[in-house]
Design a protein around this ligand. Structure first.
Ligand SMILES: C[S@@+](CC[C@H](N)C(=O)[O-])C[C@H]1O[C@@H](n2cnc3c(N)ncnc32)[C@H](O)[C@@H]1O
Length: 240
């Protein structure tokens, strides 16, 4: 590991998560991550897509050539609750709760992305625009070839049944979107990334988020019981 940066409640490690994770003795409250999907996403493929505007040139990269089964398995041992984007590319077992992000897309990209979770609740869906250059207001991209929108990661974090100020782990941090979302929500964050250029982008983005005043306090996150999570609105089950 060659660098550790602390920015507010976020601690960022430059290194391979298989080397960094064994040093954490305490379990994290949640693993919220977006590991390589192993779909051989690369710059040539990115640049060749049909679009209205010129695609960003991210240079050569190979980190998506295969899934990261060993590293992800290790990471799952380090956290109680788990939200894993691209979980449909891993063998994670049956679950009641997939998170479905509907990108309101057209063209060559997938219509939706899926996150596997171990949350004791039903499937949830978010419609959040991310269609080439056309994206939800306030979102930026260009730091990472598979960058996630901050709004999507905030929504995912808000699905967690957590006590106040939980500690969130992202061992495949990329450009730090999970960390930006945690900072905006006032959550503690630990991120790990092994490529220096993405690590630098994460440091910059999380520092910018840390400098932004929070205009209003997010609603307090109280622990939720399993019963509450499965409760239906009374008009759905009332007897006529
Ligand atoms: C899908 S990208 C994450 C993108 C991120 N969600 C964002 O918004 O920028 C996965 C990242 O995991 C990193 N990675 C892959 N294997 C790793 C490992 N063993 N340890 C640390 N980082 C790893 C890659 O360099 C890549 O940046």
């Amino acid at each position: 590991m060659s660098r550790i940066e602390t920015i507010g409640d976020a601690t960022l490690y430059l290194g391979d998560c298989r080397d960094v994770l064994p040093q954490f003795e305490e379990r994290f409250d949640a693993l919220v991550t977006d590991p390589p999907y192993g779909i051989k996403e690369n710059n040539a493929r990115n640049l060749s897509r049909d679009r209205l505007a010129r695609a960003t040139d991210y240079g050569h990269f190979e980190w998506d050539d295969e899934t990261a089964v060993e590293a992800l398995t290790l990471a799952t041992c380090h956290a109680h609750w788990q939200i894993i984007f691209g979980g449909n590319y891993y063998d994670l077992g049956p679950t009641s709760c997939w998170l479905v992000w509907d990108k309101m897309n057209s063209g060559d990209f997938a219509d939706c992305e899926l996150a596997w979770t171990n949350l004791p609740k039903a499937v949830r869906r978010l419609q959040y625009l991310w269609n080439g250059m056309i994206k939800a207001p306030g979102e930026t991209r260009g730091d990472h070839p598979t960058q996630k929108p901050v709004g999507v990661m905030k929504w995912a974090l808000q699905q967690l049944p957590l006590a106040e100020k939980p500690r969130v782990l992202d061992p495949f941090m990329g450009s730090g979107t999970t960390g930006v979302a945690c900072t905006q929500l006032g959550l503690r964050f630990v991120g790990i990334e092994r490529e220096a250029k993405y690590f630098d982008a994460a440091c910059r983005r999380i520092a910018e988020a840390h400098k932004q005043p929070r205009l209003f306090d997010e609603p307090e996150q109280k622990p939720v019981t399993v019963g509450e999570l499965f409760a239906l609105p009374s008009d759905v089950y009332k007897v006529r």
